[in-house]
Write a protein that binds this ligand. Structure first.
Ligand code: ADP
Ligand code: MG
Length: 309
């Protein structure tokens, strides 16, 4: 694009701030970037577009945290494949009014998280318009040795585990969550991960993706679902459970492993990794919730879905 002077200065700032990365041999400043794939297996690619008014609210959320979230949701997708992020490409549609200041603040959050996980900024695109902020980030990553962990490998009898308590994220955690890259790498080194995904829409909704792709049913134990301290403690237990199952934006990992591996992860031999056993995979296609007294009922169709006509 032909850019205004402000955009040019912004790109120069980002270019200076971008950390040199061994896998990004040509970065910001040329017509395209060159990213080295260290293995013949290729690179993982994931992208997420976040919009003012849907995923955050500019003006009532610190822009640094908005930038951080835009990158973090992508890193969470790489974690869900047990991969290692390498480089990010960042496209911004900036509102004309105060766009430059907004972009600088966004980049403060983006760069801090990129540095923490050694992600190189390989390029992007910067546009200004009369609409609200839209930020689209694409992250490239390396798959683990042995290949990425997919959604489709769960088997009947597998245990379902999550990496942290769920619910109440929209109170603020959706902006500050830690992408579970370290946990994913550790889990992958310890056990055979049959299937994995990151919880963006809520356990009740996302576990269906794993069930569908793996051709299994699932039973979630109501009393075993870890409820985050962010969920209002004064609510009734069923309401607290509904928040844990349906609020979404937890960005914890959901994994399916053999019962032996599951028991190992819960035992003292793996005391550096915290996981919660929330249910099992079963034969068939039903997604069920088991109450404390053993009664089975359909897993509520809770969770966030983007409305579309
Ligand atoms: P072109 O005209 O080829 O689209 P641009 O002027 O948009 O080029 O971009 C110039 C360089 O700056 C490219 O290397 C591009 O990847 C990089 N760039 C543009 N916007 C951003 C951004 N928001 N973040 C990171 N790099 C950017
Ligand atoms: Mg461009």
């Amino acid at each position: 694009m032909s850019h205004e002077r402000g955009e040019f200065r912004l790109i120069e700032c980002v270019r200076e701030r971008a950390r040199a990365h061994p896998s990004v041999s040509i970065g910001i400043g040329d017509d395209a970037a060159l990213v080295r794939a260290s293995s013949a297996a290729g690179l993982l690619v994931t992208t997420d577009m976040l919009m003012d008014g849907v995923d955050f609210v500019v003006g009532s959320t610190p822009a640094e945290l908005i930038g951080r979230k835009c990158l973090a949701v992508n890193l969470s997708d790489i974690a869900a494949m047990a991969g290692r992020p390498v480089a990010a490409v960042i496209s911004l549609a900036l509102p004309r009014h105060h766009g430059r200041v907004l972009a600088e603040q966004l980049y403060r959050g983006i760069c801090a998280l990129a540095d923490e996980f050694e992600v190189g900024l390989a390029g992007g695109d910067t546009n200004t318009w009369d609409g609200p902020l839209v930020a689209s980030i694409t992250v490239l990553g390396e798959p683990p040795d042995g290949g990425p962990v997919l959604r489709n490998g769960a088997r009947p009898g597998d245990w379902l585990l999550v990496t942290g308590p769920l619910g109440g994220s929209l109170g603020g955690r959706h902006l500050t969550f830690e992408p579970r890259l370290r946990a994913a790498a550790r889990l992958q080194s310890l056990v055979n991960l049959h299937a994995m995904l990151d919880l963006s829409d809520g356990l009740a909704s996302d576990v269906r993706h794993l069930a569908h792709e793996s051709n299994v049913g699932v039973v979630i134990d109501a009393s075993a679902v870890p409820i985050h301290a962010d969920v209002d403690p004064t609510l009734r237990p069923e309401e607290r459970l509904a928040h844990a199952l349906g609020d979404g934006e937890d960005f914890e990992l959901l994994l399916a492993v053999s019962p032996d591996d599951g028991a190992r992860l819960l035992s003292e031999t793996c005391d550096d990794i915290k996981v919660f056993h929330v249910g099992e995979c079963v034969a068939g296609r039903d997604c069920l919730l088991r109450d404390a007294d053993g009664t089975l009922r359909p897993l509520p169709q809770a969770g966030w879905e983007h409305g579309m006509d």
